[in-house]
Write a protein that binds this ligand. Structure first.
Ligand code: SDX
Length: 419
């Protein structure tokens, strides 16, 4: 095993070097403080590995994304339920396993009838991410952690889409639509979102295929903010539902999963402003403006985000198949073209990320903007579950980072009459 040497206060210390299966190199500093009294500082953890993981590999320089070794480009014909099984259990299910897995996901789609009452307490204006997080955490009140973990994994995957659809129906004042057991996972979601009791509904195979692709492309992304949150919360021994509920909250932020909603709001503003791309690109380059091109940039991808490329092609195909002309797609393409020719974006290696085109597809499906991040969460569920399960299998220690203290040195209490 190779090592890395550190000289601190004139003393030399040697630490082991760990190499991953794709050749990534890490200095193992697990004994750093014990041996030197010092810690490392890496705000935002851009240079820090939090764990060993065998689930997803990203090469940010090459624009590579693989789920359990399979490039996402090879998954375009897969079904989301297969990819969920792959991520969670580490291999593709055979025919028998897939039938059983799908049957379980179908049979656990219903919420306990009492959970429906929770929605009555939310205002109609409640953001669906708030409802999703609250309802996912509430699943632990019905299905305690002591229960069969694999069954709770099925329950979470099966019920989350029902919760999401109910949240949407709540926001538009329509009756909840129950899942139908003859429908697939994605067809059931579309049914619960858009069907009404008054008439039958045709589910477009074009939209079903697009939804399936979107969920697959969002399914995992190694140690991103929300997945790291799920691992962090799970490391304390918190149950699966509580850990994933925390992940939903982390994803909600506009710098993370909330970006897909922010992208559409940005494109709408640019369209309303006469499609003046150059103005917004210049604003994004001016720190004082506080404006960022949402859907651009990535902590890991310093080349194209492979998901964004696939989604851009899918957006063209789906809109053409549906005969939809969405002006925001043209705005997005125009913005991308100008930005990628601009020295600022080229030098800082800012490319469109997964959130830049996904909203165009959600819009084509009739999904409202405030549901976009919920769609991201539904896709990311298998990744969150897979990482939580891996962390538990690894017997991970509770995550407890250190800090560099910069506050006041020793002071004393002063009674209020003398302040
Ligand atoms: C996701 O981690 C994951 O894997 C996340 C994700 C997943 O699948 O889980 O891929 C999903 O969250 C995608 C990212 C969605 N967020 C956005 O689209 C929001 C806009 N993008 C940025 O805010 C930013 O690019 C981040 C948050 C994505 C990355 O932030 P970093 O790595 O901390 O980079 P940074 O903010 O330090 O930016 C580096 C430089 C800065 O300039 P300098 O201080 O060096 O002069 O690039 C600039 C930034 O100002 N910059 C941008 C920019 N993004 C970065 N400038 C203008 N527009 C942008 N979008």
């Amino acid at each position: 095993m190779s090592t890395a040497k550190l000289i601190l206060d004139g003393k030399e210390h040697e630490f082991p070097v760990v190499t991953g299966s794709e050749g990534e190199v890490a200095v193992d500093i697990s004994k750093l403080r014990e041996r030197t009294g010092a810690i490392t500082l890496d705000e935002g953890y851009g240079n820090t590995g939090s764990c060993r993981s065998a689930i997803t590999f990203i090469d940010g320089e090459q624009g590579i994304l693989r789920y359990r070794g399979i490039p996402i480009e090879e998954l375009e014909e897969a079904r989301f339920t297969e990819v969920a099984y792959l991520l969670i259990y580490g291999r593709l299910p055979n025919q028998t396993e897939l039938v059983e897995w799908r049957e379980k996901l179908t049979r656990h789609s219903l919420l306990h009838e009492d959970m429906k009452k929770f929605f009555e307490g939310f205002p109609a204006s409640a953001h669906p991410m708030a409802m999703l997080s609250a309802m996912v955490a509430s699943l632990s009140t019905y299905y305690p952690d002591t229960a069969d973990l694999d069954l709770n994994i099925v329950r979470l995957l099966a019920k989350a889409k029902t919760i999401a659809a109910f949240s949407y129906k709540k926001s538009i004042g329509q009756p909840f639509m129950y899942p139908l057991n003859h429908l697939s996972y994605t067809e059931n979601f579309v049914h619960m979102m858009f069907a009404v009791p008054a008439e039958p509904m045709h589910i477009s195979p074009v939209l079903d295929r697009a939804l399936n692709l979107l969920l697959i492309l969002h399914a995992d992304h190694e140690q991103n903010c929300s997945t790291s949150t799920v691992r962090m919360v799970g490391s304390s021994g918190a149950n699966l539902f509580a850990s994933v509920s925390a992940g939903v909250c982390a994803l909600w932020g506009p710098l993370h999963g909330g970006a897909n909603q922010a992208v559409i709001e940005m494109l709408e503003a640019i369209a309303a402003d006469g499609g003046n791309y150059r103005k917004y690109v210049e604003m994004a380059k001016d720190k004082a403006s506080g404006f960022r091109l949402m859907g651009f940039g990535h902590r890991v991808y310093k080349n194209f985000d492979p998901r964004s490329r696939i989604l851009k092609t899918a957006a063209d195909e789906v809109l053409a198949e549906l005969g939809i002309r969405d002006p925001l797609l043209e705005v997005a393409k125009g913005l991308e073209e100008i930005a990628l020719e601009d020295a600022y974006f080229v030098e800082k290696k800012l490319y469109p990320n997964v959130d830049f085109y996904s909203g165009i597809l959600y819009r084509a499906m009739g999904i409202p903007t405030n549901m976009f991040t919920v769609m991201f969460a539904l896709g990311r569920l298998p990744g969150w579950i897979a990482h939580w399960r891996e962390m538990r299998e690894q017997g991970a220690r509770i995550n407890r980072p250190r800090q560099v203290y910069t506050g006041p040195t020793r002071t004393s209490w002063v009674p209020v009459e003398r302040r």
